[in-house]
Design a protein around this ligand. Structure first.
Ligand code: ZN
Length: 304
């Protein structure tokens, strides 16, 4: 039993439109689901991913209009690392970000930049056997596009405190960091020493990272977390997948989410993300919720 790498990463945005413009417009991801935060259905939950909406390339945002800027600190994920196919992809992204006036910095095999709210990204040439998870974008050749998540980097003051939980979750210690690698995919969890200053969960900060598992193993993973002293929630049915949540000892909020049923459970693949999707348990709130959400224009729909 192994986790299949990163399932999704969830962060916070103050402005859904600016967020969509950046992730669908600039980074070339597909907006695969436009729904509401199930724990607070008055705000958007936006999901970006590859063309098929696969776990492994799924970056999601809660929109909190008016949220103050966040600041990554101890116990928080501070950087998202994406795979790209080779150095020519880094050249392409250097040029694309430069042309769009987005600050960036090339370092070795990586290209670093931040989203408009300060969330850090790195594009990395990674040597892994995993299938690339690619979205179509008219300005981004497929061979140069993002290929899914490689790693998240988190700040921890005493990362050894997390060893028992990570080992119970079958993460392997590698030179690059802790690795969750299953039959199909892998993902890294890497600690960095924290900066000075209080962490602030706000706009442009990561809320949690979810690791992927086979649906039939979900409760067994919950038991493993408990066995290592973690305190997971009950299994929660998020409609698109099932989830459990717990804080790992270094303070980062972990989720373990099932591979499937996925985003085509309520929309056909070719129309993912076009309408506001409400899971059945939330559909009765549509007339109340939809008028309060600021409409979002998807730049990808405009260029097609
Ligand atoms: Zn989640």
């Amino acid at each position: 039993m192994r986790l299949e790498g990163i399932h999704h990463i969830t962060a916070i945005t103050e402005n859904a439109q600016r967020n969509v413009d950046f992730y669908a417009g600039v980074m070339g991801l597909r907006l695969v689901k436009k729904t509401v935060n199930q724990d607070n259905p008055t705000v958007y939950h936006l999901f970006f991913a590859d063309e098929a909406g696969d776990p492994g390339a799924d970056l999601t945002f809660f929109e909190y209009p008016g949220a103050a800027p966040g600041r990554a600190g101890v116990g928080m994920v501070h950087r998202i690392v994406w795979r790209v196919g080779g150095p020519e992809a880094l050249d392409f992204w250097e040029g694309r970000l430069g042309a769009l006036g987005i600050e960036h910095r090339r370092e070795g095999d990586g290209l670093h930049f931040a989203d408009p709210e300060g969330l850090d990204h790195e594009l990395l040439v990674a040597d892994v056997p995993d299938a690339p998870l690619i979205a179509d974008h008219p300005e981004i050749p497929r061979e140069l596009a993002l290929q899914g998540f490689h790693a998240v980097r988190a700040y921890a003051a005493a990362p050894d405190a997390s060893t028992a939980v990570l080992e119970a979750l079958e993460f392997g210690a590698t030179e690059a960091g802790w690795e969750a690698r299953g039959a199909e995919r892998g993902g890294l969890y890497i600690y960095d020493p924290p900066p000075e200053g209080r962490p602030v969960q706000g706009a442009g900060s990561v809320h949690h990272v979810a690791w992927a598992c086979a649906p039939e193993e979900h409760l067994a993973w919950r038991d493993k977390a408990i066995s290592a002293g973690a305190h997971p929630t009950k299994e929660i049915d998020r409609f698109y997948f099932k989830s459990i949540y717990f804080r790992e000892p270094s303070g980062v909020l972990f989720e373990i989410a099932t591979l499937g049923p996925g985003f085509t459970v309520d929309e056909p693949l070719e129309h993912l993300g076009e309408k506001l999707s409400l899971p059945p348990a939330f559909e009765h709130l549509r007339d109340e919720v939809e008028p309060k959400l600021r409409p979002v224009v998807n730049p990808r729909a405009e260029v097609r």
